[in-house]
Ligand binder design. Structure first.
Ligand SMILES: C[S@@+](CC[C@H](N)C(=O)[O-])C[C@H]1O[C@@H](n2cnc3c(N)ncnc32)[C@H](O)[C@@H]1O
Length: 273
């Protein structure tokens, strides 16, 4: 019996929200871990706009990663998403997937049909220095690394975000990249908390309260945080990528794409040190 922390359960939340766009993962999870899925799925509203937001995040992250490339894709807080291994597969890159132990135990089984010798799974806490040592050991010397994360940084206060960012900086030395949509703005949290679509109170408070002190006041504030650590930072607002999104999402209306895009921002951070 796998016991998940509330933070790990957020990965089930996004996997359930993605059930329309990633039915394979959802159905494997439902078969392998029916109790866990029911526990989360029964407590969320399945509004299309949030699912569309998740889709938009992944489309834009994927585009950004494919543009910069890399020999090794490191996905931090991979949860139950196939994003990192999908781009790794397209780029023929090695992939290293990192998350907390309970969720990695689930991932190991749920994704067994797409495991390959190019994909490594690593259990650990991104706040633990030992984990970073294992990540560095798993990356071949001289390899160009592209780190990806989606929905991870919001859980951490600024000092912990800084710790993680410094570790990513060390890992991406030699022209590596860090692509992330983790621009949690205070304005966005206000909207999220006035529209709680998660009825499980522990899960809701992990998702919302966990982030309330940890958000950026503005996009400029977010850019200067990462630039202050040495990265060259480029921020793409999804609303500026609407022409590309409309092409990717031909069955969605312009209005829905616009609404789902409003809080999606993609950071491309380059380490040219
Ligand atoms: C909202 S989920 C996102 C998962 C996945 N990226 C997605 O988009 O579906 C957040 C993920 O971050 C992971 N996480 C949170 N704190 C972590 C930590 N300290 N170390 C490693 N992973 C962590 C959780 O276990 C969870 O899988």
């Amino acid at each position: 019996m796998i016991k998940l922390s509330a933070v790990e359960k957020t990965a089930l939340l996004t996997a359930c929200k993605r059930r329309e766009i990633d039915p394979t993962t959802y159905s494997r999870l439902s078969q392998l871990f029916p109790d866990l899925i029911v526990e989360v799925d029964d407590h969320i509203e399945h509004d299309d706009i949030y699912s569309l937001e998740l889709q938009i995040r992944q489309i834009l992250i994927e585009e950004a990663v494919l543009k910069v490339g890399g020999d090794v894709i490191v996905e931090l807080g991979c949860g139950l998403s196939s994003l990192g291994r999908d781009v790794g597969n397209t780029l023929d890159a090695d992939v290293l997937e990192v998350d907390l132990p309970g969720i990695m135990e689930i991932r190991e089984r749920a994704f067994s049909h797409t495991h390959s010798d190019k994909i490594k799974l690593l259990s650990g806490d991104v706040l633990n220095g030992q984990l970073w040592k294992s990540v560095r050991e798993a990356v071949p010397k001289g390899a160009r690394v592209c780190v990806v994360c989606e929905g991870l940084l919001r859980y951490f206060p600024m000092n912990e975000k800084r710790f993680i960012a410094e570790k990513v900086f060390d890992l991406t030395l030699a022209d590596g990249f860090w692509i992330s949509c983790d621009v949690t703005l205070t304005e966005m949290l206000k909207v999220e908390s006035s529209n709680p679509d998660i009825r499980d109170r522990e899960l809701a408070s992990t998702v919302l309260a966990g982030a309330s002190n940890n958000s950026f006041a503005s996009k400029a504030d977010c850019i200067s945080f990462f630039a202050g650590l040495g990265f060259s930072v480029d921020l793409l607002s999804a609303v500026d990528a609407l022409p590309s999104l409309l092409k990717h999402l031909p069955r969605c209306s312009y209005e829905d794409i616009l609404e789902a895009s409003r809080f999606v921002n993609i950071l491309t951070m380059t380490n040219s040190q």
